[in-house]
Design a protein around this ligand. Structure first.
Ligand SMILES: Nc1ncnc2c1ncn2[C@@H]1O[C@H](COP(=O)(O)OP(=O)(O)O)[C@@H](O)[C@H]1O
Ligand SMILES: [Mg+2]
Length: 230
């Protein structure tokens, strides 16, 4: 479904990604792990086209998307929830969802109801400005917005970072249900136990290189702990 080959990117002259390759097969959940600053967010931003690739290739459903704009990738079915749960803070919850619906390829109103079924906690909050929600609720709204576009692949950057434990569980369950429903997911997650519960496969980045990859059960070994410990 998603294939990344030899991806290179950086900021100005500072190179961050050094030939990163990964595959997300249809319906699979692949977890990208690694310490702070190793390039996880840079990888996702480059996969989505928010940052230009200086080398390598991104293929989505057999199509080379490396030179497409982010909105073009969204329309092809790549949904992205960036790190830090971005929403439109002045807009109400429902307007956050409707703005995304307007920009979607399908514009089917039913997609808003479907997204709210995944995050029922948002239903009583529809008229509230997004900026007034808690961090966890904003994360759910950011994920609901991505779902409104009816993605074939959902890309999530640390969806549980800095969020109160009660909502972490709800977010984890939502990711689990979406995965079970057949959605392909590329997840950046720093917590090993969460990754172990959710992922089919994983890769570990270190200083912009993939240093380990494998099936989720391989995450239990000693070297993995060494690569993830600070
Ligand atoms: N906008 C930016 N401009 C310059 N350097 C950046 C920018 N964003 C991230 N970096 C640097 O790129 C490296 C990787 O960052 P990032 O991809 O955010 O890592 P991670 O998500 O794994 O914590 C870090 O050294 C970081 O300081
Ligand atoms: Mg990051």
């Amino acid at each position: 479904m998603l294939s990344v080959e030899g991806l290179e990117a950086g900021y100005g002259r500072a190179r961050v990604l050094f030939g990163v390759s990964l595959e997300v097969p249809p319906g699979r959940l692949v977890c990208v792990m690694g310490r702070n600053g190793v390039g996880k967010t840079t990888l996702l931003n480059t996969v989505m086209g928010a940052l230009p690739a200086t080398g390598g290739k991104v293929t989505f459903e057999g199509r080379d998307v490396t030179r497409l704009r982010p909105d073009q990738r969204v329309r092809l079915g790549m949904g992205y929830v960036p790190q830090g749960h971005e929403t439109f803070p002045q807009l109400s919850v429902i307007d956050n969802l409707l703005v995304t619906l307007e920009a979607s390829a399908h514009r089917d109103q039913a997609a808003v109801e479907e997204a709210l079924e995944v995050f029922p906690r948002l239903k009583p909050l529809l008229k509230r400005p997004a900026g007034f929600l808690s961090g966890g609720q904003q994360q759910q709204l950011a994920m609901a917005r991505a779902l409104v576009t009816r993605p074939k692949l959902l890309i999530l950057d640390e969806p549980t970072e800095g969020i109160q434990p009660s909502i972490i569980l709800e977010i984890e369950e939502a990711v689990e249900r979406l995965h079970a429903s057949g959605l392909a997911i590329l997840l950046v997650e720093q917590y090993l136990d969460l990754a172990l519960r959710l992922a089919d496969a994983f890769l570990i980045l270190d200083a912009g290189h993939v240093v380990r990859s494998g099936a989720a059960q391989d995450l239990r070994d000693e070297e993995v702990h060494r690569l993830l410990s600070v």
